[in-house]
Design a protein. Structure first.
Length: 235
């Protein structure tokens, strides 16, 4: 038996994985699977969904960058890289970044440190590809607290993208699948305030709009889905 709630006891960070395609296009995604694999020489690994544009770019070029997010990271930044496709938008528009010696775009906004990795081994792990290789560049960017996956979920109320390696669905503390009503009830508790009010919660990324009604053309500022993907919360 595999209890999915057991996976929630594992500790993760939250990272922007950055890359450049063979034709020079900047791409990127959010991952929580980046980790040091060895110390001498310094080696690292990351597992990315095979369907990601970033994964294909790394397969083409054999290199990638990592921006370690800080606790100051906004949901807008996480949403831009984690819930939208590089085929649809320029994820770097309006975002502070520089280019490493390897030509990889390193995001500097809300970043603690950056790494560049040269891929020497690729491992097929089902829905994902694990990229393993030496760290060729690493530098500290800011003296801030790194953003953990627990902080992202518990404080920022963020959701796990379905393509993430750690995606298991919405799991309750008891290890059972949460219904939409139970998830909404938790959000209500977090947002409780004096007097009645209404809110709308995105069922994809968890973003909440504190309004009575959403306009028909409303799109989520975090993940870009339409009004039909929001559920109403009565407080």
């Amino acid at each position: 038996m595999v209890e999915r709630s057991a996976f929630h006891t594992l500790s993760y960070g939250l990272y922007l994985i950055t890359a450049i395609t063979s034709d020079g296009r900047k791409v990127g995604c959010v991952a929580n699977t980046f980790q040091q694999a060895a110390s001498k020489p310094p080696m690292a690994s990351v597992a990315l969904n095979k369907e990601n544009v970033t994964t294909q770019a790394i397969l083409e070029t054999g290199r990638y960058g990592v921006s370690v997010l800080s606790q100051t990271a906004t949901m807008e930044l996480i949403g831009q890289f984690g819930f939208k496709s590089s085929n649809e938008i320029d994820k770097y528009e309006g975002i502070a970044f520089d280019l490493s010696e390897m030509g990889i775009p390193n995001v500097l906004a809300s970043t603690v440190a950056v790494f560049d990795v040269d891929v020497v081994e690729r491992v097929d792990v089902g829905t994902h590809v694990m990229f393993i290789g030496p760290v060729v560049e690493a530098r500290k960017v800011a003296d801030e607290q790194p953003l953990t996956y627990a902080y992202y979920h518990e404080v920022l109320r963020g959701k796990t993208p379905p393509k993430a390696a750690s995606y298991t669905g919405d799991i309750s503390e008891e290890g059972t699948q949460e219904t939409a009503e139970e998830t909404a009830e938790k959000a209500t508790e977090q947002l409780n305030a004096d007097g009645p009010k209404f809110a709308w919660r995105c069922t994809i990324c968890g973003h909440i709009e504190m309004v009575d009604e959403l306009p028909d053309d409303f799109v989520c500022p975090i993940c870009g889905v339409g009004k039909e993907m929001f559920e109403r919360i009565e407080l």
